[in-house]
Design a protein around this ligand. Structure first.
Ligand SMILES: *Cc1c(COP(=O)(O)O)cnc(C)c1O
Length: 368
């Protein structure tokens, strides 16, 4: 299914096929760790570390959105770990983004390297520079966070494949509705569903999606063996969130675009980065590869104090890390040691009506 509208519409009716009269319309929350198993257990649900009906319902929704089989995990990091463990072995060379998700870099430095993986980091904006001979796996994360630099997924995937390697893409910031790495040639997608897919800042979750049957089996195996399994209640909440993902993202993306244009013109803003704005150095690539500019905006103000006054002075900004929730939020990224100026703010745009949010942001900037 390639039509985005049809895909979003069908998502809301996934669980309805095959219902008997009187069946509940909603997927169950399966809380049982044990199953009734007299005699031959083959083909039956056996034990809660391997089987759960609520995971299956959430995975059906994720697989539908990805147009690829998807495996649910209890966090984005659990999904990333599963993807990397399925694709790497001792002696392999890995390239990953130096401006990618911090904990992924820690996973590489503190764990993968200990098991004999040779890792090299390079910035997202320079990821396409080649040198992929002898590289087993290239990890992409575009847009990067918080710099919002991009890399060309299709171009890199073609080069890496020609050199005999594979590509894994962290698609958290865009979701399968905003960017389709598997269609662009990536072998595996990993994502944190803690962000927009759940969307209500009350669940951590993640998934791995791939059309490669062997890798899929290894990822499933990893979950069962490592025991990195999601809770049924969390899976059910994620499923509920996924059903409104399209409507939330349409609102959030449109608002983010308006906010980016409105704030870029404000005299207190020294620099504003948003991927689809014409002043973004890779705006052409953004237009080709993303169906929107996303929900994140990078904003540089004079200094840390001005940035803090802006964030705390706007009633519609939660002072919080993470992004993708229904509420807008903001934080100074220098407080985590990101290589950004002290006055750099990452804005995550939520579902507040634009008519209320935009004037409130401008007023907070005026007073900052
Ligand atoms: C949040 C995030 C993760 C980690 O996800 P968790 O659900 O917090 O484990 C990984 N990659 C990116 C890009 C993220 O934003």
């Amino acid at each position: 299914m390639t039509d985005p509208a049809a895909r979003a519409a069908a998502l809301l009716h996934l669980h309805h096929d095959g219902l008997e009269p009187g069946d509940p319309l909603r997927a169950p929350i399966g809380l049982s760790s044990m199953f009734h198993l007299p005699g031959d257990p083959s083909g039956l649900k056996g034990y809660g570390r391997g089987d759960n009906a609520t995971w299956e319902a959430a995975e059906a929704a994720l697989s539908h959105l990805e147009d690829a089989p998807s495996v649910l995990f209890p966090s984005g990091m659990a999904a990333i770990t599963a993807g990397l463990m399925a694709m790497l072995k001792a002696g392999d060379r890995l390239i990953l983004p130096s401006d990618g998700y911090y904990t992924t870099r820690l996973l590489s430095e503190r764990v993968l390297e200990r098991f004999g993986v040779e890792a090299e980091m390079r910035p997202t904006a320079r990821m396409a520079e080649g040198g992929f001979d002898g590289v087993s796996l290239v990890m992409l994360e575009t847009p990067s966070n918080p710099g919002l630099d991009l890399c060309d997924i299709a171009g890199i995937a073609a080069e890496v494949h020609a050199a005999g390697g594979r590509v894994i893409c962290d698609n958290t910031t865009m979701t399968p509705l905003g960017q389709r790495p598997l269609d662009l040639g990536a072998d595996v997608v990993v994502a944190s569903d803690t962000k927009a897919p759940n969307g209500h800042s009350d669940v951590l979750a993640g998934h791995v999606a791939t059309r490669d049957a062997e890798l899929l089996e290894r990822v499933r195996d990893w979950r069962k063996i490592s025991g990195a399994i999601p809770g049924p209640m969390d899976a059910w909440l994620l499923l509920r969130g996924l059903e409104t993902l399209e409507v939330r993202l349409s609102r959030m993306w449109a608002t983010a675009e308006t906010v980016a244009d409105a704030l870029a013109a404000h005299p207190k803003v020294e620099r504003l980065v948003y991927p689809t704005r014409p002043d973004h150095p890779q705006a052409d690539l953004a237009a080709r590869q993303m169906s929107s500019g996303g929900t994140l905006i990078g904003l540089t103000l004079a200094d840390a104090e001005t940035a803090t006054r802006f964030i705390t002075g706007c009633p519609y900004l939660a002072s919080a890390t993470s992004f993708g929730g229904v509420h807008s939020s903001a934080e100074r990224r220098a407080r985590w040691g990101d290589e950004v100026p002290g006055g750099f703010v990452r804005l995550s745009i939520g579902c507040e009506p634009e008519a209320a949010l935009v004037p409130a942001l401008i007023e907070a900037l005026d007073r900052a």
